[in-house]
Write a protein that binds this ligand. Structure first.
Ligand code: GLA
Length: 375
């Protein structure tokens, strides 16, 4: 066994956890400073940790990754390749923001599926941020830790992601979705009582991740920023549905579908929140499915596997379904009656087999808790 004591010859000072997430609705809106509505998963990344006096950062992972030893004083953007860039990036971001943090011994473990669009990297960043915040007595609020975690990913790892995943992992509450305004990080916990409504939220991990995703995400983000600049707006968030037709008429044709997705998606988040507030969870279904159509036809980040999962789930009786996360593979969520969950999952599996795709992995999402100290 590789316990913390066996690895490092002393006990940990504590243990922290940070969850993965699924987004109910509001995709590719965060970097346009719009709305998102994620829930935290029960699945978490956990970190046992103890400070070190000598400025070394030692990281061991139960997922069989190569352990690393780094010198915190030497951390610089791009200097740590691979998985360790995420935790190391958080230590760098804290120090770069002027927080006097040193080294640590870390033992990581995770049950967040990686590469499944469920934010295992954000969970890894956030568990580091939560652990360092306590170990080094920083007293930073959760939202500030989320922003530092995003900075680690943007500036240290080099992925131009928005703020949704880190805010979800840091700030979600059990039994609620996080209604977040990405412009000013204003947030509201919106109760989501799936079981009370006789419903379940299936997560179907398609087990594919198309390489194209990495460069495409940056290109889509750049396209949105160009459209906002052409329209004279600080971000596409500022464009209201009532002004959409006029705006589209002023844009080059290749930017039209991007802008249409972002504006209609923001409106779908607001509509979804109104339904949750009214306790009408079943009515969320068509909003989810409409969101998927927009990601497929306008934003073009779906793929044959996610499309098949959505179509099959809806045909099998799901109230609605959509891909969740950045796209190009990853996971689909399906809102189903509790007693139909097994059948819908089985029909998606059958359809995947018939299409020659790998068998999807199924989870059931219950809105869980954000980053926290376990002991
Ligand atoms: C990824 C990014 C998020 C967000 C989603 C799409 O998960 O990390 O910031 O942009 O894609 O909604």
């Amino acid at each position: 066994m590789n316990t913390f004591e066996q690895l490092y010859g002393r006990p940990a000072e504590g243990e922290w956890a940070a969850p993965g997430r699924v987004n109910l609705i509001g995709e590719h809106t965060d970097y346009n400073l719009g709305f998102v509505l994620p829930i935290a998963l029960p699945q978490t990344v956990r970190a046992e940790a103890a400070r070190r006096e000598d400025g070394l950062l030692r990281i061991w992972s139960a997922q069989g990754r190569e352990p690393v030893t780094l010198r915190v004083a030497d951390l610089a953007p791009g200097s740590v390749p691979g998985w360790a860039g995420y935790p190391a990036g958080v230590v760098w971001a804290l120090r770069d923001a002027g927080h006097e943090v040193g080294g640590a011994d870390l033992r990581l473990d995770s049950d967040v599926p990686s590469g499944a669009g469920l934010s295992s990297s954000a969970a890894l960043e956030c568990v580091l941020a939560a652990a360092y915040n306590d170990l080094y007595g920083l007293g930073l609020p959760a939202a500030e830790l989320a922003v530092l975690a995003q900075r680690a990913e943007n500036a240290f790892v080099g992925v131009p992601c928005g703020i949704m995943d880190q805010m979800a992992s840091m700030c979600c509450r059990p039994g609620a979705a996080l209604f977040l305004d990405s412009r000013d990080l204003a947030m509201r916990q919106v109760p989501v009582d799936l079981a009370g409504a006789g419903l379940a939220l299936l997560v179907l991990d398609t087990r594919v991740k198309h390489d194209l995703g990495d460069g495409a995400y940056a290109a889509l983000r750049a396209g949105c920023e160009r459209a906002a600049a052409l329209l004279g707006l600080p971000a596409l968030r500022s464009l209201q549905p009532s002004g959409l037709a006029d705006a589209l008429a002023r844009l080059p044709s290749e930017l039209v579908p991007l802008v249409r997705h972002v504006v209609t998606e923001n409106a779908r988040v607001e509509a979804a929140v109104a339904l949750l507030d009214a306790g009408d969870l079943v009515a969320l279904g068509p909003i989810l499915t409409a969101g998927h159509a927009s990601l497929r036809d306008d934003y073009r980040v779906s793929c044959p596997e996610t499309d098949l999962a959505v179509e099959t789930a809806v045909a099998a009786g799901a109230h609605g379904a959509r891909m969740t996360g950045g796209g190009f593979g990853g996971s689909v969520i399906a809102l189903v009656d509790q007693d139909a969950a097994e059948r819908v999952a089985a029909e998606v599996t059958t359809a995947f087999r018939a299409a020659g795709y790998a068998e999807p992995r199924t989870l059931t999402a219950v809105p869980g808790e954000g980053a926290r100290r376990l002991r």
